[in-house]
Design a protein around this ligand. Structure first.
Ligand code: ATP
Ligand code: MG
Length: 328
């Protein structure tokens, strides 16, 4: 059976003043129905650009320069704008860091959920549900994301809600079309610490009860550990390590992953953050030769400056792209 999502040797470049920035450089990832995949890596490594590529909304002038992304076996790069209407927000939905950007400030929550419900009905060729039915279903969706007083929330405008409530509304919107794939890009980063934990718990419950297939992007290793079975570590447009989340966190093989995890401050409640490894992310316009991590790598040798390391299998559930990884 082919995977629900397959990213195959995907390359993406964004034109800049100084030439094309090669922001995704040969990404390979696959996701089966029901799986949960985390993506971690420093700011600027390409996580959001990758997530948006899956949805066909990569930055305006970005160009695919190689490879492809298959969803349900279809190349998303070949979908017409019309085909996309049945996929984006329907079969694949996304939640973002800043819900305010994606909620319309001029309409009540009830109106926005009702519109989404009507749009999904239309996409399925069903008759448009009436006002009362839309409202009832919107209230159900709000209950599903554990919002109390759904009736009051339905009549509220986004600015009348707290950040945590808005994020729950965005999750409800994302789930309204019963998506086959949910992409969550830093869904808790903008929230207060206690609210982060609550939203994370909600997401975990939803993943379990609805058996959601999820790609979760986060700086928060605790969130990745809580929510995902598998994790991919990105560095400067490459996936450098991938595997079962528990395994990768317990026994990271790539020097970059080790640096990331070592850079974690003391565990602070349940929240752990990546603060980064020494050095800065390299230029993507003129990236380092060989392994893109070599200028920052404590283990780099001559080969790292000339040869890009291939993904190698450390064990059945763990792969790493490093010339020097100890593959026991
Ligand atoms: N619209 C754009 N125009 C030019 N460059 C862009 C654009 N969007 C992203 N980039 C570049 O692409 C690279 C990857 O950006 P991306 O937003 O995917 O990083 P990220 O891993 O999501 O970072 P963060 O953790 O900060 O969200 C960065 O070098 C960024 O500067
Ligand atoms: Mg991002």
């Amino acid at each position: 059976m082919s995977p629900l999502l397959a990213i195959e040797d995907y390359h993406l470049a964004i034109p800049t003043f100084d030439g094309p920035a090669r922001v995704l450089d040969g990404i390979d990832l696959a996701l089966d129905e029901g799986e949960t995949l985390g993506i971690v890596g420093e700011s600027g490594c390409g996580k959001t650009v990758l997530a948006r590529s899956i949805l066909g909304i990569g930055p305006g002038r970005a160009r695919r320069t190689g490879g492809r992304i298959l969803f349900e076996g279809r190349d998303v790069g070949a979908l017409s704008e019309r085909d996309w209407r049945g996929v984006r927000g329907v079969k694949i939905s996304m939640i973002f860091q800043d819900p305010m950007t994606y909620l319309n400030p001029l309409f009540t929550i009830g109106r926005q959920l009702g519109d989404a419900i009507a749009a999904h009905a239309r996409a399925q060729g069903a008759t448009k549900p009436g006002r009362a039915e839309r409202r009832a279903r919107a209230a159900e969706l709000l209950a599903q994301v554990a919002l109390r007083e759904p009736e009051r929330v339905l009549d509220s405008y986004p600015h009348q809600l707290s950040g945590g409530m808005r994020q729950r509304v965005l999750i409800a919107l994302a789930l309204s079309g019963k998506p086959r794939l949910l992409i969550a890009d830093e869904p808790t980063t903008a929230l207060d610490v206690t609210v982060q934990a609550q939203v994370l718990r909600l997401l975990r419950d939803l993943v379990e009860t609805l058996r959601l297939t999820v790609v979760m992007i986060s700086h928060d290793v605790g969130a990745i550990a809580a929510l995902t079975e598998r994790v991919a570590v990105m560095y400067a447009g490459n996936v450098v390590e991938e595997g079962a989340t528990a395994r990768v966190l317990a026994r990271p093989l790539h020097p970059y992953t080790r640096g990331l995890l070592a850079a974690l401050p003391e565990i602070d409640g349940e929240i752990r953050r990546l603060t980064g490894v020494p050095g800065t992310i390299p230029s993507l316009i003129d990236p380092p030769s060989g392994c893109r991590f070599h200028p920052r790598c404590p283990r780099a040798t001559a080969i790292c400056t000339t040869e890009r390391p291939a993904m190698r299998r450390a064990d059945p559930v763990h792969t790493v792209a490093c010339h020097h990884a100890d593959l026991a």
